[in-house]
Design a protein around this ligand. Sequence first.
Ligand SMILES: [Zn+2]
Length: 376
Amino acid sequence: MPEDNSKDQANRDQPEHSASAIFVEMMRQAAARANPGKPVPEADSAGNGTPDFSASTAGTSTDGASEISLKPDAAAPEVRRIRRRLLLRRPHPASMTSGFLGTIFVVVVSTALVATLLMFFVNPEYVNPAVVQGLQLESEAIIAGASAGRPTPVQTPRWLRRIGIVSGHRGKSASGARDPGAICVDEDGNSILEEADINFAVATRVVASLESMNYAVEMLDEFDPRLNNYRADALVSIHANTCYDFGEYVSGYIVAISEARPAFGADAFLRECIAENFGAYVPLERSYNLTDDMTDNHTWRKIHPLTPAMILEMGYMLADKAVLTEDPDLLARAIVDGILCFMENVNRPSSQREPGRHPAGYIIPAMVTPTPIFGR
Ligand SMILES: [Zn+2]
């Protein structure tokens, strides 16, 4: 209950009256209200003149305080003080509840303290020897496993692990126009093959496959607003390369990460996982014709700095047209195996067969839960 301290201070400066005199004054006021007709005797020694006793008699609340209620400005200071004291003394529901909770708190804390103290006096042989041995073996296994780089007993469930799949050029371009990506045209200049369609056919299959494994998968547009500060365990952007006629045979798939990411970090490991698995399924060679659009892709500047990300150019739309259009299931399966390599540490790149840092350089990121190597 908020108290007016300045008022209290003012009261303290007033001359003290005896408690009995104040009590008599209160009784007198109560009597005056009980018999409003009777004339009120003069106020005594206080010298404040006759207080206004026309305080409300009807419609007042039924609590004890109102029994002696007066117009606040009219009450003698000592009466106000007493009334306030009476109000303070009355137990109210809030303090009873907090008192009850306080009691429970004290009981719980002291019980915990006593139980802890008593533990010092418990004979170790009191505990079942089988339980002791079990705990010992368990902790030894965990320590041995950790030092040997073996799996920890608990894995993060897959539905808590997020994978983003960008279907290249899907949705509107940055300027808001339709974005087919690269296109192949016939002699009349009509579009006969669009990159966005190739990418989407593969991306939908990748998403469906990963979803069937219970990962939290998101299909993203090329300029998806969700890419801003995007957080995921892995982000793969799926593309196909230009249909431009270079005048020579230009073929192959390309993998790239942001040039801003460490050369041997998680992104690089994801890139190698995708590259090796894609190469194992798809009859194309790995090409190293990286462009700025791959290493400085707009996506890399948007996503969260801790999201491992890579871009895959599955092949050239002119030379590799058959591979890109005839079997999207195969392309999707290759990408899924590459993602599993990164997420589950299976289907590992040949340079990554051993746990920890390989002489070839790549560091297996801590977020990848080590699991037994199944071979390929
Ligand atoms: Zn593209």
